[in-house]
Design a protein around this ligand. Sequence first.
Ligand code: SAH
Ligand code: SF4
Ligand code: F3S
Length: 495
Amino acid sequence: MSPSANHIPYICKANAKEPMSELIPDLDILIPTDKNLEPEARISADTSTGKQRKLYIESYGCQMNFSDSEIVTSILLENGFDTTSQAKEADLILLNTCAIRDNAELKIRNRLVHLNALKRQKPNMMIGILGCMAERLKSKLLEEEKSVDMVVGPDAYRSLPELVEEVSDGRKAVNVILSREETYSDITPVRLNSNGVTAFVSIMRGCDNMCSFCVVPFTRGRERSRDAHSIVAEAQDLFDRGFCEVTLLGQNVDSYKWESENGELKVNFAQLLEMVALVHPDLRIRFSTSHPKDITDEVLYTMKKYDNICKYIHLPAQSGNSRILKLMNRTYDREWYLGRIEAIRNILGEECGISTDSITGFCTETEEEHQDTLSLMDIVKYDYAYMFAYSERPGTPAAKKLTDDIPAEVKQRRLSEVIAKQNEHSLERNLLRVGQVYKVLVEGTSKRNEDELCGRIDANCMVIFPKENLKKGDYAMVKILSCTAATLKGEVVSA
Ligand code: SAH
Ligand code: SF4
Ligand code: F3S
C-alpha cells in the first residue's frame, strides 16, 4: 500500500489508539487536522475483596504519575480499600495530577467541577489531590477548591492512610513534604490498566537538572536513585508473573547512581541496564527518559551487547538552537546534541529508534532560531516527537528571569511547523521498514479490529497484523507490508 496524504495521521500520542510506553506528559499537542482527541486519564479498575471502602483513582500526566498511582493503590489496598472504576461508587476519589503546562492544571480544575456535583449527592465522599499540582499549589488548593479534602505530594503517599482517617474525622489534610530518600522501593505496585505484558518500573525519583522552563524539580524534589537490587527483584517478579517487557522510568535515567550501604557496590545506569537485561533473555527492556548531557557510550554499548535491550532512545532536544538551549539551561548545545546522535548511529546503527521532545516559542526565540529546530529535525530524522508550545510555569527560573514574549499565535504556528515536519519524518522512517522482518512482542488485540493484534518492534513502532494463532505475550517475526506515519502493518512470517 502506498501512503496517501489522507493516510498520514498526526504523530501524537493523543491520537494513538494503542498503548504507549514512553515517559510522556499530558498531551496538549495541537494538530491542524486534530479531531480533538483528549488524552485519556487512566482510571482504576474494579477489585472486590470484601473491603469496607472503595477507592477511585484517576491519573494524569506522565508515566511516573501512572506508576505512582500503582504505589498509592498498593498502600490503600493494604488499608481497608477496594478499587472501583466508577467515581460515583467511591468513598475516596483521588486525582493524581500533572502541572507541566497550564492546560494540564486546567483539566484538573474542570474535572473537579464534575466531582463537586457527585459530592453534593454523596456528602461523605472524600476527594484528594495527589501528584505534581498538589505539590505546586500545596494548601492553596484547599482554599481555592472547597470540595477538596486532602492534598498530598509525590513523596508523602505513605501517609495516605492517616490522612484519610483525618479527613474521615472531618478535618482537611495536607502532606506535601518532599523527601531526599523516599523511593517506595519496598512497596510492590498494584498494576493498574495492565495489559499483563508490559510494565513500568520506577528506578529513581525527582530531578536535579533545573531546566529553566520546567516545574518538575519543584514538584518532585531532589533526584534519588532506588536500590538496584529492589529494581532487579521487581523485574524478576514481573517476569515470573508472565510480563515480557519492563520500561525503567526516571526523569533522567542516565544519572541513575546507587551505592550499597557498605559502599562496596556502585551501580550506574549502564550497569543497572545490564543487571535487568540478565533477568531473562525473553524479558525486553526499555527505558525513559535519557538526557543528552548524560547519555554515555557505555549505555550505548550495553544496549548493543544485549538483544533484549530495545534499540530505542527518547532523547529530548527541546530546541535546535544553542542560544535557546542555554536559556533553557539544558547544559548542552546543538553540536553536543548532534554528537550524541552520531554516537547512537555509530554504535547502534540506523535502525535504532530515536524520539524527542520539542518546545516552540520559548522566551525570546526568533524565527531563525525556530528554523534551527526544524533543521535539527532534518538532520536527526526522529521516529517520533512530542511537541509542545511553551507554557510559562510560575516559580520556574524562566518565569522569574525571562519574559514569555512570544505571542500565542506565533508559538502555535511554530508548533504546527514542527508537527508537519515530524509527520514527514515519521512516515519516511516507517517507509524504510516496509519489506523488513522484525521481532514483535504481542501486546494485545488491536483496538480497531478484533481479528488483528498489535505489538512493538524493538525501535518502539507499533505494528498491526492478523491474529493467526498468536496471543498476548508471544513473540512473532512480522514482515512489514505497509505503513502510515504512526503505524506499521504486517503479516506473521514465523512465531
Ligand atoms: N525529564 C524529561 C522531560 C520531562 S517533562 C526531560 O528532561 O526530557 C516532558 C516534556 O514536557 C519536556 O521534555 C518538555 O518538552 C515539556 N515541557 C516541560 N515544561 C514545559 C513547559 N513549561 N512548557 C511546554 N512544555 C514543557
Ligand atoms: Fe524537567 Fe529538565 Fe528535569 Fe527533564 S531534566 S524533568 S525537563 S528539569
Ligand atoms: Fe510528570 Fe506532569 Fe509531574 S509530567 S513529573 S506528572 S508535572
